[in-house]
Design a protein around this ligand. Structure first.
Ligand code: DOR
Ligand code: ZN
Length: 351
């Protein structure tokens, strides 16, 4: 049995309000506990994007009654809500901006990006979805404004190389990778069809190898848990995104058993760095116990996430979360959620 601190996933899409057919706060935070996560940070690309203080408050109210783990939120912007920034800055863990097309049509251009960079208060990071061509443009703006920035889901050799160079130059940058980019390639993507379709797309083996061999330059692992229903995935125009909360830790522990990384790396990537970068409140009596001895096959049917599928279905893994303790109280044991609905906390950054 391994004991780890309650893990932190800084990148989830729990879909509420507006798309509860995909996920809600109870199913999403239950999936978090089942996956060993005690804290999640939820993205603002809801059906109605979270770009005002009022929408943020409404979302927080919904979460308050329905979560079983701790949850914090990000703010969003399409460039026309700069006056909201000072009102929400102390309550959110950062602002998330999309420079490429993905779920939610939440796109901004260079001019808007610069205006947002100039207006966002220093305290919490700016998070970017910037893949491919939009990365150099973003790096230029980060360099001239010197605002703390987290680059989400880095997936290619080219992107990570640019980030490594920019970090050496002293830019205030951190970056994350997803489990799907660490454990799946474009070849798997062809077999998975719509179930392997996400943004950024799955990359080549060479790209994946580069991520693994430069794990030291990666600050954290983020699941980008992005559930969609099977019906949506099987439709004419399947949406981007895959669930990840319940598979991330088993995949990583399996990689530990194959000597691809260490338990200390897991702690660094899923607890220490997320906590430090995003100023996340934690408790020393919040921890998990994991059985890392018995192999089993990933089967998404008993998962708590509403979508009940996984691109990792059928994969043999070791590493099953046995128990989760939140502030000393047992909230998950052997597949069962023991926490009362609403017992998770709505958190804000530690100042
Ligand atoms: O695959 C993705 N799905 N990438 C994103 O950037 C958004 C996410 C979603 O919300 O479904
Ligand atoms: Zn995302």
């Amino acid at each position: 049995m391994i004991t780890l601190p309650g893990l932190i996933d800084i990148h989830v899409h729990l879909r509420t309000p507006g798309q509860e057919e995909k996920e809600d706060f109870l199913t999403g935070t239950s999936a978090a506990l089942a996956g060993g996560f005690a804290t999640v940070l939820d993205m603002p690309n809801n059906k109605v994007p979270i770009i005002t203080q009022e929408l943020l408050q409404q979302k927080m109210e919904l979460a308050r009654k329905n979560t079983v783990c701790d949850i914090g939120f990000y703010f969003g912007s399409l460039g026309d809500n700069l006056e909201e920034f000072p009102k929400v800055a102390s309550q959110v863990f950062g602002i998330k901006l999309y420079l490429n097309v993905t779920t939610g049509n939440f796109l901004i251009d260079e001019e808007k990006l610069r205006a947002i960079y100039e207006a966002w208060p220093e305290s919490q990071p700016i998070l970017l979805h910037c893949e491919g061509k939009t990365l150099p443009m973003a790096l230029k703006i980060i360099k001239s404004t010197n605002k703390k920035t987290h680059i989400c889901h880095v997936s290619s050799k080219e992107e990570l190389s640019q980030i490594m160079t920019a970090k050496k130059e002293g830019l205030p940058l951190t970056c994350g990778v997803t489990p799907h980019h660490l454990f799946l390639t474009d070849i798997d993507g062809q077999k998975l069809g719509p179930y392997g379709r996400m943004k950024p797309f799955l990359k080549t083996q060479a790209d994946q190898d580069f991520l693994w061999s430069n794990l030291d330059s990666i600050d954290l692992i983020e699941s980008d848990h992005a559930p969609h229903t099977k019906a949506e995935k099987e439709s004419e125009n399947p949406p981007f995104g895959v669930p990840g909360l319940e598979t991330t830790l088993p995949l990583l522990l399996t990689a530990v058993s194959e000597d691809k990384l260490t338990i200390d790396d897991i702690k660094r990537l899923l607890f220490d760095n997320p906590k430090r970068i995003f100023n996340i409140p934690t408790d020393e009596n919040t921890y998990i116990e994991v059985d890392d001895t018995k192999p089993y096959t990933l089967n998404p049917i008993p998962f708590y996430t509403k979508c009940k599928w996984s691109p990792f279905e059928g994969k043999k893994v070791v590493g099953k979360v046995k128990t989760v303790y939140l502030r000393g109280e047992k909230v998950f044991e052997n597949g069962q959620i023991l926490a009362e609905k609403g017992s998770g906390r709505i958190i804000s950054p530690v100042v």
